[in-house]
Write a protein that binds this ligand. Structure first.
Ligand SMILES: Nc1ncnc2c1ncn2[C@@H]1O[C@H](COP(=O)(O)OP(=O)(O)OP(=O)(O)O)[C@@H](O)[C@H]1O
Length: 317
């Protein structure tokens, strides 16, 4: 279990993490999601004792990382996939780590097998592809057979087969009762591997929720309504937090911020006919953008041109 309590971390005048609290529980893969610069890496560094919070506390298995007698058995982390000597073989990279931490040699063969690198274990790590480098980083994280596994952007650089592999690996680690915490700035990536989500923006907690709950909460927020008296209906529905736009013709509206049932009930009470009431499915990307649109660190000054067919359907409230 990882417990982050009221943690704040400043770098000079920059607040990287602001009064952040959350718990990562064993048995499920938890994603750590947020736009670039949201404070994910800083938080992960504090979990593994590479940085100290200015205020608040971070514990792993009930203690700060540095208080563990054999920290590699407690926490395995992949924070910099490329922090590998390029001239060293994968085997020797792991051997160097194992010998300084009292881990037996046979464990090296085991983890190389686990990450699918046993046939290239003697090859120079400098010649590895990005995906192979990620696998080696994961092997190093698992070397001490840790209860808590922390991986910063592990899916980055993996091909579809690699993504399936890492999903199965993370799931099996969680099923064994371990705490598994993986970061990404892409909801599409994290939704493939994680069940639960901690979402951050500008160093603050935005959501602590399951992937399915996030999808459920966001879908149905936009409703397409067809009525021969659309303009009267639009006036009736307009309210704080509700956006009504005409779409696809004079009798069609797009309503954001009201559920379909509420729209139908209000129309009925006012005696206005409704010919169609269609809740629109919102993609996970759109759900994530809705959640984080106020928290994006670096926004383009002018909107980027939208490729045809990808117009964002959700208007922010
Ligand atoms: N050592 C540092 N010195 C100064 N500022 C830093 C330092 N480390 C991080 N920051 C700043 O703190 C903020 C949070 O950075 P962090 O790397 O934790 O975010 P992140 O969510 O991991 O982003 P990314 O997805 O881009 O890796 C950013 O604004 C970053 O510029």
């Amino acid at each position: 279990m990882i417990v982050v309590e009221h943690v704040t971390k400043n770098y000079g005048k920059k607040t990287a993490v602001n009064d952040l609290s959350f718990t990562v529980r064993p048995g499920v893969v938890t994603g750590f999601l947020g736009p670039n610069g949201a404070g994910k890496s800083t938080t992960m560094r504090m979990i593994v004792g590479l940085d100290r919070p200015d205020t608040g506390s971070v514990t792993v298995g009930g203690k700060p990382y540095r208080d563990h007698v054999a920290p590699l058995h407690e926490v395995g982390a992949l924070l910099e996939a490329r922090a590998i000597h390029p001239g060293r073989s994968a085997y020797n990279h792991l051997l160097a780590l194992a010998t300084t931490t009292g881990i037996p040699r046979r464990r090296i063969t085991e983890v190389l097998d686990l990450v699918g690198l046993s046939t290239v274990g003697r090859k120079r790590a400098g010649a590895f592809s990005l995906g192979m480098g990620q696998r080696l980083g994961i092997a190093a994280a698992l070397l001490g057979d840790p209860d808590v596994v922390i991986l910063d952007e592990p899916v980055n650089g993996l091909d579809p087969e690699g993504i399936v592999w890492i999903r199965n690996l993370l799931k099996s680690l969680a099923d064994e009762g371990r705490t598994v915490f993986v970061s990404s700035h892409l909801i599409s990536e994290i939704a493939l591997v994680a069940e639960h989500l901690i979402v951050v923006g500008r160093g603050e907690l935005i959501a602590d929720t399951s992937v399915s709950e996030m999808q459920r909460a966001a879908s149905g927020v936009v409703v397409r309504v067809r009525s021969p008296r659309a303009s009267e209906l639009a006036r009736l529905l307009l309210d704080d937090g509700v956006t009504v736009e005409s779409s696809g013709g004079p009798s069609e509206l797009r309503v954001t911020g009201l559920e379909a049932a509420v729209i139908g009930d209000r129309a009925l009470a006012a005696g206005l006919p409704v010919h169609a009431l269609i809740p629109t499915e919102v993609s996970l990307e759109q759900a994530f953008m809705q959640l984080t649109h106020d928290s994006v660190e670096y926004e383009p000054t002018a909107p980027a041109p939208e490729p045809a067919g990808t117009r964002q359907e959700v208007t922010s409230r």
